[in-house]
Design a protein around this ligand. Structure first.
Ligand code: ZN
Length: 135
C-alpha cells in the first residue's frame, strides 16, 4: 500500500534529521556552546548565539504537551484520515515535536501522559517518528 500523505522535503538539516529517523534513532541538535537542545533543525543557538552544535541522540521519551482534533482535513491527502489528531510532544531534552500517536485515540489523551517514540517506515526513503504510550 503506498503512502499518499505529504512527506518532508529532504534537504539540508531536515535531510539529516530524517536520515537518523531512517536508522530508527531520534536525534536533535544540541548546542556545544551552552548545551541547549533545539528542534526544528536550524543553524544558530537561540540561547547563546553559537553556531556550534552536534546531532545528539534523544532518550525518545517525553510527555503529551497538547493536541488538536482535526475534524475537517486541511489537505486532500488527509480526507480519509479525518478525524485525526496532530499532537505536540514535550521531549525529555526540552524540545517539542509535532507528531501523532499510534496507539491512543484522542479521547484517551491526557496532558503530561508519558510517551515514547516509535518509527514508522512510511516509504523506502522516509521514516516518521511517532509516539505510543510509555509503559
Ligand atoms: Zn547555545
Amino acid at each position: 500500500m503506498s503512502y499518499t500523505k505529504p512527506l518532508p522535503t529532504l534537504a539540508g538539516h531536515t535531510e539529516d534529521f530524517y536520515g537518523w529517523c531512517k536508522k530508527h534513532e531520534l536525534r536533535f541538535q544540541q548546542c556545544t556552546g551552552c548545551g541547549a537542545w533545539r528542534h526544528v533543525p536550524r543553524e544558530l543557538c537561540a540561547e547563546c548565539g553559537s553556531w556550534d552544535w552536534e546531532w545528539m541522540r534523544s532518550s525518545g521519551r517525553g510527555t503529551v504537551f497538547t493536541w488538536t482534533v482535526a475534524e475537517r482535513p486541511l489537505h486532500p491527502a488527509f480526507a480519509d484520515a479525518a478525524p485525526y489528531t496532530p499532537i505536540v510532544i514535550a521531549m525529555e531534552e526540552g524540545v517539542r515535536i509535532v507528531s501523532e500517536m499510534v496507539d491512543c485515540p484522542h479521547d484517551q489523551l491526557v496532558i503530561d501522559m508519558p510517551v515514547e517514540v516509535v518509527f514508522d517506515d512510511v516509504t523506502p526513503e522516509i521514516t516518521l517518528p511517532k509516539f505510543r504510550r510509555a509503559g
